[in-house]
Design a protein around this ligand. Sequence first.
Ligand code: SAH
Length: 376
Amino acid sequence: MALMEESTTQGLLQAHDEFWHLSLSYIKSIALTAALGLGIPDAIHHHGGGATLPEILAKTELHPCKLRALRRLMRVLTVTGTFSVVQQPPAGDDDSTVADASDEAVYRLTATSRFLVSDEVSSATLAPYMRLVLLPIIFSPVGEHICAWFRQEHHEPSVFALEFGQQAATVWEEGADANAILNEGLAAQSRFLVPDMLRECGEAVFRGIDSLVDVGGGHGGAATAIAAAFPHVKCSVLDLPHVVAGAPSDSNVQLVAGDMFQSIPPATAVFLKNVLHDWGDDECVKILKSCMQAISPRDAGGKVIVMDVVLGLGHDDKSNIKRLETQVMFDLFVMMGNNGVERDEQEWKKIFIDAGFKDYKIIPIAGTHSVIEVYP
Ligand code: SAH
């Protein structure tokens, strides 16, 4: 506590980002393993040193359904410096290290990845050395399965399921120990992040709301913090029966067992933190349609409040390359676990519109997450 008091909020958030970034650093090695295993440096090299995503997909003989996953893999590899990417035609933007979602973008080898071309003349290739360095990953099930996952012509099973026989979410749900680790871990993160979010934009977001359901709210960490800051808001949590059954009994918010795909209890607004990133676009649209049924009309304060990553956003320092690295590495992390997705603004917009919402507003907050208000 003394340590907390000594540090500024900004300093604590930076420390949070720093350890999240550090703990995801193994994703860089996994991404490199996938690049080598799929032959991406060779594919770009044999395409004249520059190739678009569809060209890399064709050269590496991956199924077209893997285009989006390949884009996400390439995003990690460009943000972290293995490849560079430029828009075609050039957009006049000098920041060529940040991957663009467009399939017109051309990926090139950098000085670093030129060493990864396997048939580079004479002794210039470092690919065999890189394989040696990546050996622990290559011989781990992840190294084997990420390439197998890219080569299969469908998304299911996920990389995690190829390795363990079931989705990460199922392991979290069905294993009592794993479930406790998940719920306690997420509650700890909510205890840290939610009060900060409330200080930054709580008044604007929660003022005028009478009731709120935290959908997929776990053990109620976020809802408890919201109820403490805004006592007039009647807060409840909807989660799966086994999660609700394991929640601490001292919670001052109402816990409801249910299924967000079936029905969400009516409330002025729905809060969704770190939920939609676990699901593909079709499932997100279903969840958001359920939310639409539950919330009040817009003129009565009705909205969905999403707290999640918006790739590329974070208000305090947009050039924070570590934050962007963390966001895109976490994107690959959720892809490998459950076929989940961390979305950029356009990807968020698409699922909101597809679910029938009219409008949205993104509020970047300090750190890696953003708040998005979505209006019916
Ligand atoms: N919002 C919390 C937990 C996020 S993890 C936080 O940010 O800390 C995703 C949550 O969604 C888990 O608690 C999981 O049990 C819940 N969940 C998954 N499927 C669900 C469903 N069909 N209905 C309700 N909750 C569900």
